[in-house]
Design a protein around this ligand. Structure first.
Ligand SMILES: [Zn+2]
Length: 232
């Protein structure tokens, strides 16, 4: 490979690589934690709403008196607007997680696609709840410069996370909770999922959530009510 081609390839990777790193801040700000007073955490729940999991998740949160930020998928909001309204009515925050959640390809989205995905999700949330979202989380946390620009022009701040149980794939509750617990620090943003995966029982996500809330409470953590803390 000639020197010029080598440099060209390096420059290409310099642009692509950060888009493949979760919550990467090379192209813009991404909040992954917040300034806590004491052992506070912020709970975020992604990929809903889903009628097989969301109602039980909301019941569990109500029972534990914990409020969460739901990063929802626009097409799910259009399919289940009443679940989205229930989130807001019960004191939770509903935020933007793209319209169709193209997790395999969104890191490579061009300006038009990035804007369409983000804008149409905000419209779906506004229609369902009467509120415009103020935060955006990229699918699997991967975002290129066009995504950062589109989010900014829609008035959205990018929110990441600091600890996750990787429950977007494996969903053994014990392992999910163990992983989140290991990564928990004061001011941390916890990522959980509420999507229904193959082989999962209805309401199974709520069991994981319940175990997580009890475990972290036992460790002396509380979940903050400042639901905009992750967009400061
Ligand atoms: Zn997601």
């Amino acid at each position: 490979m000639s020197r010029a081609r080598h440099l060209q390839a390096c420059a290409g990777w310099m642009l692509v690589l950060p888009a493949l790193i979760r919550n990467c801040t090379w192209f813009g700000r991404v909040e992954k934690s917040f300034t806590a007073s004491g052992r506070e955490l912020l709970l975020t729940v992604d990929d809903g709403p889903d009628p097989r999991q969301t109602p039980q998740i909301l019941d569990t949160l109500a029972k534990a008196q914990v409020r969460a930020v739901f990063f929802v998928i626009g097409k799910n909001v259009e399919a289940h607007p009443s679940l989205c309204r229930r989130m807001v009515e019960e004191g939770h925050s509903v935020q933007n997680h793209t319209f169709s959640h193209p997790s395999a390809t969104f890191w490579a989205a061009g300006p038009r696609r990035a804007m369409e995905e983000i804008e149409s999700c905000s419209v779906a949330i506004q229609k369902a709840t009467g509120r415009m979202p103020l935060q955006f989380r990229a699918p699997v946390g991967m975002a290129n410069p066009f995504v950062h620009l589109a989010a900014e022009s829609c008035g959205l701040k990018m929110t990441g996370w600091s600890t996750t149980g990787h429950d977007g794939i494996a969903h053994d509750p014990g392992r999910v909770v163990h992983r989140i617990r290991q990564g928990a620090t004061p001011g941390g943003i916890v990522l959980l999922h509420e999507s229904h995966l193959r082989g999962m029982r209805p309401g199974e996500r709520a069991c994981t959530l319940s175990t997580l809330l009890n475990t972290l409470k036992g460790d002396g953590y509380i979940f903050t009510d400042r639901l905009d803390a992750g967009s400061a």
